[in-house]
Write a protein that binds this ligand. Structure first.
Ligand code: ARG
Length: 717
């Protein structure tokens, strides 16, 4: 009896826990419907995704390119994460009027602040275009696959954008086994409505980042504006708030252990079908390289930022982004090892090869082909990472690199006209590259990161500028001094830093002289070496990977044909369903599924860079002034909670919804114990960290004085 129960228990937990893994396509969500219902969902598939009637998808946007946002009122009010609005908020701030530091709330529409460059896109529809794309690509290989894909995608998107009303995109799924068309409507008049002060919106800073327990109130609010026909329009004072087809009601009922939770948004990238060879490369080469380079870069940035509040503000957003993925790769490596993902992948691969033996003989060399491709690529893998992360890091280098096209065009004997056009583009590019640039900081990054590039990339792969210029002219036993001296020379003698001089030189007349500029010659020497000698090998590896991955995932689709198999994330809208729930991160340790205001006060440390809070907030917390937002059972203010939903970067800002499609939180992070999640989902540990809707509303109302915003929302009590 006991035995049977035990087996049943195993079976049922597997059935239950299987469901939370997966980033499902909204178009096909009907396939998951039974599982979702079993877990508690009260909506129909059409209420989640429909192209005829309003559905949840109409409330969800891709925010600013890399995040997710959701409509929470019929007047275009948008909720996303603080770290998603961060760049825009920093851009609107000055040292004397610092919305990032102090927080902000527009109490009238007139006080809302336009955010130039920010846009959001709504999903109009999805269509399976596999047959069209696959037949057009045929048996092309390598570069030709890309070319044919671009050509056929162009025809398909052109036919679908309805005279420029929409924009569309064809995306590959299951590594080129399926293709779908996505049609979007993009809005560009987006205005800043409100955000908590940074020390609450980013409470815990990099120390708490990627970790549970968490108390961060990671939200910000914007408003989408449209013209009088409710259509996208460039900023105009006459625009009015957009009326979305659907907006999410906000639930103040709160969450319980095991409650149904559903997340919709735009996960960016996962590699769940990565092989053991890829895991090995990540653990031993790519991840440690990224971490080492970023460690150095961040310490230089910190030093300069601490000297000057203007530099601090200018670099705050880029610092946060670099630090975010610095810690991410530390955690990913740690958990790939801890959870023995390499071993698990090997078992999967053996199992697959067993299946292939009796099902598809053409696959019998698949894994050894993978092994061979990775082995061929291995000697250049570091170079690829250092080129991107170290060499190309300084703004000056990026500008120097942009002359590559000009130099090519000159060699091809192109007309003055086309050279002038390219120069104009470089001039424009310079504006955004140098907008927040501090020369000292950039020079120090240049010196130290190029030294790393020199030291860590195999000598046989070096560009000749190292021997012929850097060491020929500045060589000493102290390599740091060599690179410092060389950096000083470049930064003191380049014309690229002087905007007037550069503007007068960036044209077909003076281009020869510019191409002799020390910043340009350095950049182009490294670029040429890389592109002529190493990029072809890296491309060859990527083409191999495309072929192998297509074969592998195509076969997995066959092998799993009686099960559902979700595609890797690719910045298209996905649905994840799961439950609110605690976890045990290690022996004898239990993590509860929610945190509270008391915990926030416990962490609070006056004057600390990461754990400080404004006195007003401390007072409210100490007085337990939680208003209507207190948890009904415990009376405390619940701050954050966790679910076992499957999300990744790009989902930031996604709505966390209950069984009725009401907003219960805003997803903002993943947890440390499952940092290998983008490569392998761990059923025991993987959690999504969410700011509780009641915490957000408490901050809007009590901290920021934005009660009027709550009045335009649909509140469910
Ligand atoms: N880890 C979060 C994510 O990628 C971002 C958190 C931003 N906060 C920070 N301290 N950098 O979604």
């Amino acid at each position: 009896m006991k035995k049977i129960l035990f087996v049943l228990f195993l079976l049922s937990t597997q059935l239950n826990s299987r469901a939370d893994e997966g980033m499902w396509m909204p178009l096909l969500i009907g396939q998951n419907y039974e599982a979702m219902q079993r877990m508690g969902l009260k909506l129909t598939p059409e209420q989640i995704y429909s192209i005829n009637k309003s559905s949840l998808k109409d409330a969800i946007v891709q925010f600013g390119g890399g995040c997710t946002g959701e409509m929470i009122s019929s007047n275009g009010l948008l909720l996303t994460n603080h770290h998603c609005g961060y760049g825009s908020i920093a851009g609107l701030s000055t040292v004397n009027n610092n919305y990032l530091m102090n927080g902000f709330m527009a109490t009238t529409r007139e006080q809302e602040i336009p955010c130039p460059g920010l846009s959001v896109k709504f999903l109009v529809r999805i269509e399976d275009v596999t047959d069209k794309v696959s037949s057009f690509i045929g048996d092309a290989y390598g570069e030709d696959v890309e070319k044919r894909f671009e050509e056929v995608a162009k025809t398909i998107t052109k036919a679908s954008n309805e005279n420029g009303t929409y924009e569309s995109d064809v995306k590959s799924f299951y590594a080129g086994n399926k293709y779908f068309l996505f049609v979007y409507q993009r809005f560009t008049d987006i205005r800043f409505v409100g955000a908590p002060p940074e020390n609450l919106g980013k409470f815990g800073g990099d120390t708490d980042n990627w970790m549970w327990p968490r108390h961060t109130c990671d939200f910000s609010m914007f408003r989408v504006y449209s013209n009088n026909d409710n259509k996208p329009a460039a900023y105009s004072a006459n625009n009015r708030p957009y009326q979305p087809k659907h907006h999410l009601p906000v639930s103040l009922k709160g969450i319980q252990d095991n409650d149904y939770a559903m997340i919709m948004g735009y996960p960016g990238r996962t590699t769940r079908y990565l092989t053991s060879y890829g895991v090995d490369l990540a653990i031993n080469v790519s991840n440690p390289s990224v971490v080492k380079i970023r460690d150095k870069r961040l310490s230089i940035m910190r030093e300069e930022m601490e000297k000057d509040p203007a530099v601090d503000l200018a670099y705050s957003s880029s610092y946060a982004q670099i630090a975010n993925y610095w810690k991410y790769f530390i955690g990913q490596t740690e958990q790939l090892k801890n959870l023995n993902i390499l071993g698990a992948k090997k078992i999967e691969e053996d199992d697959f090869m067993e299946w292939a033996k009796s099902n598809d003989k053409s696959l019998k060399r698949l894994m050894s082909d993978y092994q061979k491709s990775y082995a061929d690529y291995q000697p250049y893998a570091k170079h690829a990472t250092y080129y991107r992360e170290a060499f190309a890091a300084p703004a000056l280098t990026k500008l120097g690199m942009s002359f590559e096209q000009v130099s090519k065009a000159l060699k091809a004997g192109e007309s003055k006209d086309s050279i002038d056009k390219l120069c104009k583009r470089i001039l424009n590019g310079r504006k955004s590259l140098f907008e927040n640039m501090n020369i000292d900081l950039d020079r120090k990054v240049f010196a130290s990161l190029n030294l790393m590039y020199y030291q860590d990339v195999p000598k046989s792969q070096h560009p000749d500028v190292f021997a012929n210029v850097v060491f020929a002219e500045y060589g000493s036993d102290d390599w740091q001094k060599t690179f410092d001296d060389y950096a000083n020379f470049v930064y003191e003698n380049t014309a690229l830093l002087d905007s007037a001089k550069f503007a007068s030189m960036c044209n077909s007349e003076s281009i020869d002289e510019l191409l002799k500029d020390p910043a340009v010659t350095y950049a182009l020497n490294v670029v040429r070496n890389y592109k002529d000698n190493y990029e072809p090998r890296i491309n060859a590896f990527n083409y191999d990977m495309f072929e192998l991955n297509r074969a592998y995932q195509g076969a997995l689709l066959k092998k799993n044909q009686n099960k559902l198999m979700y595609p890797d994330a690719n910045s298209t809208m996905r649905v994840s369903y799961g439950k609110v729930g605690s976890y045990a991160p290690k022996d004898a340790v239990f993590y509860n599924y929610y945190t509270t205001a008391e915990g926030l006060l416990d962490k609070y440390k006056a004057g600390d860079k990461e754990f400080d809070l404004q006195p007003k907030i401390v007072d409210l917390l100490r007085a337990k002034d939680y208003g209507d937002y207190a948890d009904r059972k415990s009376g405390t203010l619940v701050t954050c909670f966790i679910t076992n939903n499957d999300i990744t970067g790009g989902n930031s800002g996604s709505p966390v919804m209950n069984a009725n499609g009401e907003l219960i939180g805003c997803a903002f992070d993943g947890n440390w114990e499952a940092m290998s999640g983008d490569i392998a989902f761990d059923q025991r540990y993987k959690r999504t960290i969410c700011a509780d809707a009641r915490y957000i509303m408490w901050v809007v109302d009590k901290v920021l004085g934005g009660r009027a915003l709550l009045e335009e929302m649909t509140i469910r009590n």
